[in-house]
Design a protein around this ligand. Structure first.
Ligand SMILES: C[S@@+](CC[C@H](N)C(=O)[O-])C[C@H]1O[C@@H](n2cnc3c(N)ncnc32)[C@H](O)[C@@H]1O
Length: 554
């Protein structure tokens, strides 16, 4: 389950572009009502850049097929339909289809859409009719379906296109219809729902939102998928041939971009890559940190979780933490996060704070602080003595740090500073005891929590991020006093963003040396080189990395 953005202050998030949406319901409706070039390619090209032509790219037809409404006629139909409530349409499927469309067509972020209370207006505007209101159960279903379809997108498309080609011989499907097909295929194949109900509901949606012909197509394809599942003959690519072909096949079977599969196989091997992809495809679990600073111990939190009937496990690594797989909604609805009783934070992020080892009286600079999960946990170690200066380039996200500090009663020790770190260091004379650079990164360690992220990242992003990480490391190093500590961390598992960045930094900055993290985190998290590393499949946590770098006194 993805979290509402306003509650994300405790989660290690990757950086977002500043401008997330430029959405207009009108524009999307017009676009979905016509056959379009769909930006999703079934198989990535080798660079992982989906903007380039790919083998299974969905293309518009040159001449309009008979079954497609002309825009003018469609406009008249929409005006008419917008007045009506379509009570026979499954509201959570309709909402899921529109949300998926927004994520794919507009680049919206799944976790932020969850928080958007205007979504229903957008859904009505896109569909051209009203659906029944979404109650809490329906909203949860939307979140689950959207996350599941996003995770399994490549595999679902493979199924749909294998069967669609067989039945129709065409290769274009309009975007909204494609989302409806994915939802139906996901429900049949991955959720194991009764095919009869799934086919009926999605056919009704396609007929209402598009036209009768679209409903017929959904009927044909979903029935075929259901029958293949029943007979155990669902199409699957063979993992054979050269490394590229194998990566392509694995990318379909486990629904990941080919460039990621190839990169992981190159440094993890095939078996560990498969384990990692299986991990990423499961619903996430979440860490909860009891807010000691407000006098709440983990035992107190456990009492509250028991009252809410939320199952939990105690963290074996950090005494303030528990993790929950289901029931986070109950925790949120009960107000435990809003009132600062606990914060949502993965233990992998909590362990980065252990690597920093904040002590009362220290001055700590958090160079890339927002939304503030680590800032606030560090501040809670200070027992009211010392300070954490939280810098971030993103004003909106920095506000979340400020709000979190107030909620968690840490505002007396947290100061925020809205700035680009590279500008902040120019002319700055501050030298801190400890500096944390939790750098913007690919987020490859948190793909399980962020189902859409794998499709938004490319190999080019990784290269750009590495160069930004070098720049930020150079800037952060200026803020460390001689004898002080610089901690560099990411929520990535990629060596290029982790060890290689540290090696490159040490070459440029001989005044720093690696100090092993062995005194600060359990042995199982310590690499041979003395770095902190949480591995998704070994520790059942998000993937994270941290290096503790000591600035020598002369
Ligand atoms: C991985 S997130 C930090 C997560 C945060 N440490 C936490 O635990 O909640 C990276 C942050 O770096 C910020 N950032 C990116 N470039 C920056 C820059 N040049 N100067 C300061 N902050 C920057 C982004 O706005 C983003 O909030």
């Amino acid at each position: 389950m993805a979290l509402p953005a306003y509650l994300c202050s405790g989660i290690s998030l990757t950086s977002y572009p500043h401008e997330l949406f430029r959405l207009s319901s009108n524009s999307l409706h017009t676009r979905t009502s016509q056959r379009l070039l769909c930006t999703t390619s079934l198989i990535d090209n080798e660079q992982g850049n989906s903007s380039k032509p790919a083998k299974y790219r969905l293309r518009p037809k040159k001449s309009k097929p008979k079954s497609v409404d002309k825009p003018k006629e469609l406009k008249a139909k929409v005006v008419d339909k917008s007045k009506k409530l379509f009570s026979n349409v499954s509201p959570h499927r309709a909402a899921s289809a529109v949300r998926l469309l927004r994520i794919e067509e507009q680049g919206a972020y799944a976790d932020l859409l969850n928080a958007n209370s205007n979504e229903i207006k957008y859904i009505h505007g896109t569909l051209g009719f009203r659906i029944k209101p979404l109650d809490a159960r329906n909203s949860r279903l939307v979140t689950d379906i959207v996350s599941g379809v996003l995770r399994w997108k490549r595999y679902l498309d493979y199924l749909i296109f294998s069967l669609y080609r067989r039945t129709k011989g065409a290769n274009d499907i309009e975007p909204l219809l494609q989302q409806i097909l994915r939802i139906g295929a996901y429900e049949i194949v991955k959720l194991g729902m009764p095919p009869y109900a799934v086919v009926n509901e999605n056919v009704t949606l396609a007929k209402a939102a598009l036209r009768i012909g679209a409903g017929n197509m959904v009927n044909g394809i979903l029935r075929k998928i259901a029958s293949c599942k029943e007979n155990d003959t669902l199409p699957l690519p063979a993992v054979e041939g050269d490394s590229r072909s194998k990566a392509r096949a694995l990318g379909v079977i486990y629904s990941h971009p080919v460039w990621m599969v190839r990169r992981w196989i190159s440094y993890l091997g095939q078996e560990a890559t498969i384990n990692l992809m299986e991990w990423n495809n499961n619903p996430p679990c979440f860490g909860l940190r009891a807010n000691n600073n407000k006098g709440i111990s983990r035992d107190d939190l456990v009492v509250l979780l028991n009252k809410l009937e939320v199952p939990y496990k105690l963290s074996p690594y950090l005494e303030e933490f528990v993790h929950v797989t289901t029931g986070l909604q109950n925790v949120i609805q009960a107000g435990l996060i809003k009132e600062g009783t606990c914060a949502v934070q993965d233990e992998s992020a909590g362990l980065v704070v252990s690597v920093v080892d904040p002590q009362p009286g220290e001055t700590i600079i958090d160079c890339c602080a927002a939304p503030g999960g680590k800032t606030l946990f560090m501040a809670s170690h200070l027992q009211g003595q010392g300070k954490v200066i939280a810098i971030d380039i993103n004003r909106g996200r920095l506000r979340m740090v400020e709000e979190g500090a107030i909620i968690q009663a840490l505002d007396s020790v947290v100061t925020t500073c809205h700035n680009d770190l590279c500008d902040f260091v120019v002319g700055s004379s501050i030298q801190a005891d400890k500096v944390l650079l939790d750098a913007p990164c690919s987020g490859l360690g948190v793909l399980r929590k962020k189902p859409d992220l794998r499709w938004k990242r490319s190999l080019e992003d990784l290269e750009q991020l590495m160069s930004l990480q070098d720049k930020l490391l150079d800037a952060a190093s200026l803020l460390v006093k001689p004898g002080g500590i610089l901690v560099y961390s990411t929520c990535s598992t990629d060596p290029g963003e982790n060890m290689e960045r540290v090696d490159s930094f040490l070459t440029r900055h001989p005044e720093f040396i690696v100090e092993s993290v062995e005194k600060f985190v359990p042995d199982e998290f310590v690499s041979e080189e003395g770095f902190y590393f949480s591995h998704t499949s070994n520790h059942f946590l998000d993937g994270a990395f941290a290096a503790r770098l000591y600035r020598m006194t002369n």
